[in-house]
Design a protein around this ligand. Structure first.
Ligand code: ADP
Length: 215
């Protein structure tokens, strides 16, 4: 989709089409006291950019879908940093039993494990804990390091990346959340945990958008 800044006249035309559409080019021209020919370039830009649609013998009308898409784009282009939540962290040697308790206490779906340097070491999801609980193991003796998804298999995101990138990573990898990280040591491939982004984060961002007064 082409993203362009509209001129003052194009904004005026858009407003007229919004209020009066479907409306013919001649009617728009009359409202602006301009000739039909003078309007042609502006109408072409508005049509090509997707703001308005034209139907032969009907006229121009406002493209609502385009508006929704534009608003959605606005939300998804916000940076992860503005939306990230606090990560719930456990040590690598925490027992599966304690991790389950932590999950309930903090009311989250995913825990992150860190090593003794505080670097991200693992992801522990609900299913990881359920799987571990299915066997007859002693959950108080079993450390989360045995059952977690480990580095370098963890999908991460940087604070400067966008919610769109976060959403894509979660959908493509079939996961519910992403640890937001800063590089600790590029060579060693180690990361410091600075937050988390979940599918709920994306949903919340959309709800906020719906609450905002639409333009
Ligand atoms: P749930 O277990 O509640 O369905 P997920 O769909 O997020 O939660 O997790 C599914 C699997 O993917 C689990 O084994 C989990 O350890 C792993 N996982 C979750 N988040 C990530 C991530 N950011 N990077 C890599 N693996 C992950």
């Amino acid at each position: 989709m082409v993203k362009i800044k509209l001129s003052k006249r194009q904004d005026e035309i858009l407003e007229i089409v919004k209020q009066n559409g479907p409306i013919t080019g001649k009617e728009i021209a009359d409202k602006l006291s301009l000739s039909r020919a003078a309007l042609r370039p502006d109408l072409a830009i508005l049509t090509m950019s997707g703001n308005i649609d034209a139907r032969p013998r009907v006229g121009y009308f406002y493209n609502d879908k385009f508006k929704v898409k534009r608003q959605a784009e606005k939300v998804l282009h916000h940076s992860v940093n503005n939306y990230k939540a606090h990560p719930i962290v456990v040590g690598k040697s925490t027992s599966v039993y304690d991790a389950i308790v932590q999950l309930f206490l903090e009311d989250v779906g995913t825990l992150y494990a860190v090593d003794s340097d505080g670097h991200l070491a693992g992801v522990i999801s609900r299913k990881d804990l359920l799987r571990a609980s299915l066997g007859n193991q002693n959950l108080s003796e079993l450390p989360v390091s045995v059952i977690m998804t480990r580095m370098p298999n963890i999908i991460t995101i940087y604070p400067e990346e966008t919610l769109l990138e976060a959403a894509k990573k979660m959908i493509q990898n079939h996961i519910d959340s992403l640890p937001v990280v800063r590089e600790a040591d590029e060579q060693k491939n180690t990361y410091l945990l600075v937050g988390r982004i979940t599918k709920t984060t994306i949903t919340k961002a959309y709800l906020e958008m719906m609450d905002e007064k639409s333009d």
